[in-house]
Design a protein around this ligand. Sequence first.
Ligand SMILES: *Cc1c(COP(=O)(O)O)cnc(C)c1O
Length: 350
Amino acid sequence: MTLLNAELHINVSILKENICYLKTKIDKKSNFLAVVKANAYGHSLKKFVEKLDDCVDGYALVRLDEALQVRDLSKKPILLMQGIYDDDEALIAKRNGFMCVLHTQEQIRTYSRNLENKNIWLKVNTGMNRLGFSENVLNDLNLLNIKPSVLMSHLASSDDLHNPSNNKQFKVFNNIFEKYSDIKQRSILNTGGIINFPEHAYDWVRCGIGMYGGFNGEENLKTAITFKSKIISINNVKKGESVGYGGRITANSDKKIASVYCGYADGFPQSIIDGTKVMIGEHEVPIFGRVSMDIVTVDVTDVPDIQFGNWVEFWSPKNSINKISNNNSFISYEMMTRIDNRVKKVIYED
Ligand SMILES: *Cc1c(COP(=O)(O)O)cnc(C)c1O
């Protein structure tokens, strides 16, 4: 029995190619941590680890339950990028050999009681002002018996090669690194950093969006997923009539409008604007009317032989997720992680 559903097809070969390409950017000595938080940015965490464990040096994520899922499948290093918050969590981290980021005063006691130094990453704030110890706090910081093994920080504008904040952050970061000579290793780059500042790869890079093909402006990285659903109805709409909730758009000529079996409950945003292009085979068709919970309406007037059951692709390796994101004031990260659980996931290699 096959139930009609919106589908997300995940192309493992493209994930592999993207990872290989990203690795060519950085020094061979640098360890490549695959950032797989949020269900591998919606790409199925378990499948990712099953299929790609040989391609990466370890994993980085945020939630402890996701880290445990990875540990079931891989012996490689796993980093909790926001650390752990109490002794129970610390015990789990210790038992599973998780590396943990230390970024607040409150975590110090828990870490010193429970974790081995080799698994502790000290996070410093070098200008993003979100997480981490700032330079002036570090001087007075009493880390008890903790001797972290890795110094880490995060860039605020790594996707913007010309933003002066990047070099400022590198400078602050390396000043701190020189001061804390006990700490032997460093990590500061995410995808944008790997693309724009690979000379700062140091000992560990933390790469997410690039693997999934959602990094803007790098043609060598391809969208690894196809998000699609089928046409369930085709209607003739007369000139002057409007389509969908609120009658947001009115036909300026007689039109054929197809309703597609997918909506904002599947993760296709309600706010997608009219005229946004999606694909039917080789044909580009525009979104026509507001996205509903379970239906997307598209203008198929110019598509020959359009039929019930035809697939409509919202994004795919051939039709980058960046395009639809950029045109709709989204970021690819959000589009990827919005996909709902009810969407059928298909994993394939070609
Ligand atoms: C999510 C995250 C990354 C990965 O960023 P991408 O831009 O997806 O490569 C790296 N480091 C930290 C601290 C993160 O939270």
